[in-house]
Design a protein around this ligand. Structure first.
Ligand SMILES: Cc1cc2nc3c(=O)[nH]c(=O)nc-3n(C[C@H](O)[C@H](O)[C@H](O)COP(=O)(O)OP(=O)(O)OC[C@H]3O[C@@H](n4cnc5c(N)ncnc54)[C@H](O)[C@@H]3O)c2cc1C
Length: 289
């Protein structure tokens, strides 16, 4: 037991009182942007499922900007071959959304598999990305899909992979949209059966010259995702060969205390082979899972 910071008496060790902070509750993107630029140290709050952990880890906001009332950030639309996903879309809303399901069915299916029921109704895709935790999965799914993150209503656009670049971490701003090109997307899938040790998201796109581009993100709970790519002719999409080609691109620093680089490459080869087998089945017009 210990005494609370605000003198509320004795509490369990796992509890503590937060210092007072100013709460901003904008209702429009413009207002949210204005508050964030006026208070650069303000902490943005979406579903707060990760923020609670951050506060336990020492984050002590003086100002909090809650995005809960900014309905425009919950929009999902498919326009001119691009899927737009608002950062305030919850895991539940995104995985059950008709537009997502119609445009990239396996994204909806993969999205439906992450987090627990209670969390899925509050946790958002924007929070999952911006928390920048290796163990979160949306950076892998959206990274393989080559998604772009749109900040401050279009002032800056960056690929998902930029989340891991420390140089930009201090100047990220307000995430206002997530865009995924669908016009050249042939197939997408996700394998998390070996989580937490290895997970792989994989997208197949058609290049303008008719060849295929395979783009995968291989991650684990302990290391950020690694991008793996291969350009191949349609007839050469041999799951065995292409999975070996992708897995060998994993650098030695994919290793950690739970698995050597060699073991990780083996797992990624197995998972990408499964995904590519499903992709091939669809390309040949066979029903896939
Ligand atoms: C029990 C449990 C199980 C979970 N299981 C999984 C799982 O299986 N797979 C998985 O991937 N994740 C899992 N998670 C993590 C969960 O998905 C994330 O905590 C959640 O997505 C974060 O979203 P949020 O809306 O709660 O973000 P918040 O906690 O509100 O914010 C997280 C961070 O993002 C920033 N942020 C939020 N929105 C924006 C924005 N629009 N612009 C700029 N910055 C922003 C905040 O400032 C903060 O730093 C789990 C979490 C819990 C508690």
């Amino acid at each position: 037991m210990r005494t609370q910071a605000l003198g509320a008496g004795l509490v369990a060790q796992s509890q503590f009182a937060m210092a007072p902070f100013r709460l901003h509750r904008p209702t429009t993107i413009e207002d949210a942007r204005a508050i964030v630029s006026e208070h650069p140290d303000a902490v943005i709050a979406a579903g707060c499922s990760d923020l609670v952990a951050q506060i336990r880890e020492g984050c002590a906001p003086q100002a909090l900007v809650s995005l809960q009332k900014v309905d425009a950030l919950r929009a999902i639309r498919h326009e001119a071959g691009v899927l737009h996903i608002g950062p305030m879309v919850t895991h539940y809303a995104g995985s059950t959304d008709e537009t997502v399901g119609n445009t990239i069915p396996n994204l909806a299916a993969a999205w439906a598999s992450i987090a627990t029921v209670r969390i899925r109704y509050t946790a958002t895709v924007g929070g999952n990305l911006m928390a920048r935790r290796y163990r979160y999965e949306m950076p892998l799914l959206l990274g393989a899909l080559g998604a772009d993150l749109v900040f401050d209503a279009g002032a800056t656009t960056r690929p998902v992979a930029s989340l891991w670049a420390d140089s930009v971490s201090a100047q990220r701003g307000l995430l206002t949209d997530i865009t995924v090109r669908t016009d050249d997307l042939v197939w997408f899938g996700y394998e998390r059966s070996m989580r937490p040790t290895a997970t792989v998201a994989l997208a197949v796109r058609r290049n303008p010259d008719g060849t295929l581009q395979v783009r995968a993100q291989a991650g684990s709970e302990y290391r950020h995702g690694f991008a793996l790519t291969a350009d191949i002719c349609v007839g050469d999409l041999d799951p065995l060969e292409v999975s070996a080609q992708l897995a060998q691109q994993l650098p030695d620093d994919c290793a950690d205390y739970t698995g050597s680089a060699e073991y990780r490459r083996h797992l990624v080869r197995v998972l990408t082979r499964r995904l590519l087998t499903a992709a091939c089945a669809q390309l040949k017009g066979t029903k896939t899972t």
